[in-house]
Design a protein around this ligand. Structure first.
Ligand code: UD1
Length: 385
């Protein structure tokens, strides 16, 4: 995908109310996949802006190609940097795009620096913000994601919550107006591509020389794990033991962790580049257990009936812990190994509609349509003062 400020000429929606969607990081491409289609289905013109937070071929372009996402109208090419530098560059470039394009609404996803930048740039221009995946809380403000999601929720006019717990979190912070329980858009994407992922599974497992339910699928990328040497050492110790005592481990390595693994002997662990969407789903479906610090993968494991051990001290997806399909292990090697060994999918499973019915995107599109119809009238919630 070409980098730079502008990919296409100014969109020709001058008389229409355009939704400007900000994406930048891998999980946002997966979420936008379902909702972009629903917006088209509802006749809502959308313009996608890619901040460039993720820029590697296998962290970005491959998702646009394989998930059939519309080409962004703008690619801002921001790239990596400290939080301040990255966020500031995004706000600066997004502000210019929003001033040029004058969207009726800015749509942001999740909890990354791209999310907060999109929301801040919009609210300062008095453009209302819609937040998909609103209301999630880890109650741990040392996580950059927690800061991003709390701030974004408090400046959004439309808040699309994936779970009842998320709605309650919003209510307890005084946010009720504009909040809607819609279900999870990642679940929509997983359902619509389930067959494709299943068809690819045989070849993918073959490629890694593993059999169904006889391997562990591992991902780690959170700064709280990678940037703390003591925690990182404990995690490597645990992973080595899991590969020896439980099953071979397949580990697609996020760029953040690549450099930390150089020169380290990880016998019994298959290290690979970040995987495209279908490949990752196929592994999540067929693993004996998923070990991860990713929010998205905790849910994806549950979509497919695979138990999960979370390599964090808390999770936003508390329902999965309550159902016993996800266990919180932190970075304690003994606990990680024990939970990986004992991981099983309980008979009670998870409630069928825990993350909605696979139509969250349509619900979001419907709310956006009605909001745009009433924008500028008494009925439309105004951006927070
Ligand atoms: C970001 C999000 C995190 C999300 C994750 C999904 C924030 C604060 N964090 O974390 O919430 O779960 O995306 O993957 O927004 N890098 C590359 N190539 C890339 C992208 C990143 O080499 O295409 C490297 C860079 O060295 C960079 C580091 O990875 O410094 C971290 O990238 P960054 O975008 O800052 O955060 P993530 O760890 O990816």
């Amino acid at each position: 995908m070409p980098k730079g400020t502008k990919v296409k000429s100014k969109a020709s929606h001058s008389s229409e109310k355009v939704v400007l969607t900000v994406v930048g990081a891998r999980p946002q491409f997966i979420k936008a996949c379902a909702l972009s289609k629903a917006l088209v289905g509802s006749g809502i013109p959308e313009m996608i802006v890619h901040t460039g937070q993720h820029y590697d071929l296998n962290m970005s372009d491959v998702f646009f190609q394989k998930l059939d996402l519309p080409t962004p109208a703008y690619h801002l090419g921001v790239g990596s940097g400290t939080h301040g530098k990255q966020t500031a560059a995004m706000i600066d470039r997004l502000e210019r795009v929003m001033m040029d394009e004058k969207p009726a609404l800015v749509l942001v996803y999740g909890d990354t620096n791209s999310t907060l930048s999109g929301a801040l740039a919009a609210i300062k221009l008095h453009i209302p913000v819609a937040h998909v995946e609103a209301g999630l809380r880890s109650f741990n403000r040392s996580m950059p994601e927690e800061v991003n999601r709390v701030l974004t929720d408090h400046i959004s006019s439309l808040l699309f919550a994936p779970t009842k717990a998320a709605v309650q979190n919003l209510a307890s912070e005084g946010i009720v107006r504009g909040a809607h329980l819609v279900g999870d858009v990642m679940y929509d994407t997983a359902i619509s591509f389930r067959r494709t992922s299943q068809h690819l599974a045989f070849a993918i497992l073959n490629n890694f020389s593993v059999s169904p339910k006889a391997f562990v699928y591992l991902t780690i990328h959170r700064a709280e794990n990678t940037d703390n040497p003591e925690r990182w050492r404990c995690l490597l110790d645990a992973i080595g033991r899991v590969s020896r005592e439980v099953a071979p481990v397949i580990w697609p390595v996020h760029p953040r962790t690549r450099v930390l693994l150089q020169g380290i002997d990880m016998d019994g662990v298959v290290l690979t580049d970040p995987l495209p969407y279908f490949e990752s789903q196929a592994l999540a479906m067929n693993a004996r257990v998923v070990l991860t610090d990713s929010g998205g993968l905790q849910k994806e494991a549950a979509f497919y009936g695979t138990p999960c051990v979370t390599l964090r001290d808390e999770t936003e997806w508390v329902e999965l812990v309550c159902c016993g399909v996800n266990r919180i292990a932190g970075a304690d090697p003994d606990r990680i190994v024990d939970l990986a060994k004992g991981a099983h999918w309980p008979e009670s499973g998870i409630p069928a509609d825990l993350y909605g019915t696979g139509h969250a995107s349509e619900l979001v599109a419907g709310h956006i349509q009605s909001y745009l119809m009433h924008a500028g009238t008494e009925e439309a919630p105004k951006p927070p003062e």
